[in-house]
Design a protein around this ligand. Structure first.
Ligand SMILES: [Zn+2]
Length: 117
């Protein structure tokens, strides 16, 4: 596992798992899945710019907890491509708000619903 070399990055995106390895994986995924899946369900073509984790990985929280099992589970969720979906920024923002509103509950976000105007 990559340790953060630059300690000034503590608690930043890279500490939460958004490393250069993720940046590469994300780009490759967006190349393969260039369209927002939530908009696509509505028959709309919108370019995706975000790789969203369908189930929140909570990697940062797992790291903070020091619980090896929780960390392993979070890592698995983070890197599991079947847990990824391509979204546009707008759909991602809507999903994030919904998740924050339902903090602690593992609800499956209806992304198509999130996209309806
Ligand atoms: Zn969208």
């Amino acid at each position: 596992m990559a340790q953060a070399k630059d300690r000034s990055e503590r608690g930043t995106a890279s500490e939460r798992g958004y490393t250069s390895a993720w940046a590469k994986a994300r780009l490759a995924y967006l190349h393969e899945h260039p369209l927002c899946v939530a908009h696509m369900e509505q028959g709309q073509i919108v370019q995706a710019t975000v790789v969203d984790h369908i189930k929140p990985h909570r990697l940062w929280q797992a790291k903070q907890s020091g619980d090896g099992k929780a960390l392993a589970a979070a890592q698995k969720l983070f890197w599991d491509r079947s847990n990824w979906q391509a979204l546009c920024k707008r759909c991602h923002d809507i999903k994030t708000v919904k998740e924050d509103g339902a903090f602690g509950r593992m609800i499956k976000i209806d992304a198509a619903d999130a996209c309806s105007d």
